[in-house]
Design a protein around this ligand. Structure first.
Ligand code: B12
Length: 220
């Protein structure tokens, strides 16, 4: 195996692909539904904060376009990274940016908190240290031995519950997250899904009111 890929070269490569933050999670013990590879590279791309303005009552066409743009960009970046790793003799598996619960997908949020990039907020969104919840995520698993970050295992929203207050379906339960907590204790996914079906004229399965409501989404 060639060992010329290190944290610096991977960071540089991901930056050239448009990633705005990234980190490494140890997949030992294995994260739920994870492939059998020892490292998860968590990749973040920021949602343009300008797009979140005007989303108090629901998604806009601009948000839908941004959602599609970032999904494409994340999937291109993870495909390129996977190709690079395989070229150099490493194993690599990319988890697509989006999908459905029925696919039994690996949770990008679990890789991101385990990599120390942020925590889970009060409507179950991943909240990045730098950009708040205004990010989309993807994950690449690999056997390249990169040093993992320090996992974050508790919510840091404090007394803020702006996201839970803003959600028209009340899907957030205003509970402080801890790693391993069942999702239902934190968040009512059926209520979220029902609410999103109201916005089918923009696109089924998008909303983003909770993202726009978080004060951390609007930092410069
Ligand atoms: C199915 C799905 C949905 C479902 C279910 C929502 C849900 N929270 O599970 C529905 C249709 C309702 C939905 C809604 C939305 N979704 Co959605 N969705 C997904 C998808 C495809 C799978 C999620 C899933 O089922 N995971 C299984 C469950 C059990 O895990 P989870 O809730 O994702 O995360 C939990 C675990 O990771 C655990 N956890 C966290 N850290 C750790 C660490 C350890 C060690 C352990 C054991 C566990 C653990 O806590 C988390 C919260 O409960 C992901 C993409 C992906 N593959 O991750 C996008 C994803 C979660 N969705 C996303 C978004 C943005 C949305 C919406 C805003 C819609 C939109 N795009 O406008 C809403 C808001 C939902 C919300 N408030 O969380 C983003 C979240 C970005 C962020 N900042 O968090 C994701 C990651 C897509 C992406 N590529 O960025 N979604």
């Amino acid at each position: 195996m060639s060992n010329d890929l290190d944290r610096h070269t991977i960071g540089h490569f991901l930056q050239s692909q448009g990633a705005e933050a990234w980190g490494v999670a140890a997949n030992e013990p294995a994260l739920p539904l994870a492939p059998d590879l020892p490292r998860a590279l968590s990749i973040l791309m920021r949602i343009d904060p300008g797009v979140l303005r005007g989303m108090r009552h629901g998604p806009t066409a601009e948000y839908r376009d941004e959602y599609r743009r970032l999904n494409r960009k994340l999937d291109d970046a993870t495909a390129s990274l996977t190709a690079l790793l395989r070229e150099r003799g490493y194993d690599a598996v990319a988890v697509p940016a989006t999908g459905s619960e029925d696919d039994g997908p690996f949770s990008h949020k679990a890789a991101a908190t385990s990599a120390g990039l942020g925590w889970i907020g009060k409507t179950a969104l991943f909240v990045s240290l730098e950009f708040g919840p205004a990010v989309r995520l993807a994950t690449v698993f690999t056997d390249l031995d990169l040093p993992p970050g320090d996992p974050i295992s508790e919510g840091r929203c404090g007394v803020c519950h702006a996201c839970a207050d803003a959600c028209p379906s009340g899907c957030g339960r205003d509970v402080q997250w801890r790693a391993g907590m069942p999702r239902e204790q934190l968040f009512d996914a059926s209520a979220c899904r029902r609410q999103m079906s109201q916005f089918g004229d923009v696109e089924p399965q998008i909303c983003g009111i909770c993202i726009a409501a978080c004060p951390l989404s609007h930092r410069d």
